[in-house]
Design a protein around this ligand. Structure first.
Ligand code: G4P
Ligand code: NA
Ligand code: NA
Length: 192
């Protein structure tokens, strides 16, 4: 997605060989117009699937997932990382370990919102090692629902999550794939 790649080149900061900071439009301040275009691009890429729900993980997946939900007219569910006061039993959960942050968290979704037979598009902001997506796939499976695809705003192609998921047969659509990066240059994978 050209406008996304341009934005990453313009305001993204390579903080380390593996960490790309995009606080200016995705992880802290949100560029709503760009997120709207992201939602439209996801909708175009998944135009061949019949989805009933969008599922993401708080917090940074919520903006792009909501924009897709708006375009498709579908409900958007975000898995929670902390136990909420009102979210108690009736939960689908999975453990997600972040290698980047070296923390393990329990993610949860209420069975009230994810149902057997749901056709689910999973959305997230970043794909690194794929732990968050694996947790969300587990939640979908526990609900006896089906994951029809995974949409990612920025995939880091030099980490193994995308490759592993695709090898397992999961359909992953990433709007920008960073194949390599250093402080003065970011290389994106050519996509058709
Ligand atoms: P994984 O799910 O693919 O295995 O990724 P990982 O554990 O490495 O990611 C942990 C958190 O760090 C996630 O956010 C993820 O979006 C974010 N992350 C991973 N790599 C990068 C990167 O290069 N740049 C940025 N900006 N973020 C990255 P989170 O903890 O769930 O936070 P949030 O959703 O509240 O923002
Ligand atoms: Na994030
Ligand atoms: Na995230």
């Amino acid at each position: 997605m050209q406008s996304l790649e341009n934005k990453i080149r313009e305001v993204g900061k390579v903080l380390s060989p593996i960490v790309l900071k995009v606080d200016a439009f995705l992880n802290h301040q949100i560029d709503a117009a760009l997120m709207k275009a992201v939602g439209e691009e996801f909708a175009a890429r998944f135009s061949d699937v019949k989805a009933t729900k969008i599922l993401t993980l708080e917090s940074s997946g919520i903006a792009p997932a909501t924009m897709l939900g708006l375009v498709l007219g579908l409900p958007v569910i975000f898995a929670r990382k902390r136990k909420s006061l009102t979210l108690s039993d009736n939960l689908l959960s999975a453990t997600v370990h972040s290698f980047t942050k070296n923390v393990t968290s329990e993610i949860s979704v209420s069975r009230d919102f994810l149902k057997a037979g749901d056709q689910v598009i999973i959305i997230d902001d970043f794909l690194a090692n794929g732990e968050a997506v694996r947790g969300l796939l587990s939640v979908v499976e526990q609900a006896d629902a089906t994951a029809v695809g995974v949409g990612i705003v920025i995939e880091k192609g030099f980490q193994h999550g995308g490759k592993e998921l695709r090898e397992k047969g999961v359909r992953v659509e990433s709007l920008a794939i960073v194949d390599s990066m250093d402080v003065d240059h970011i290389t994106f994978r050519q996509q058709d």
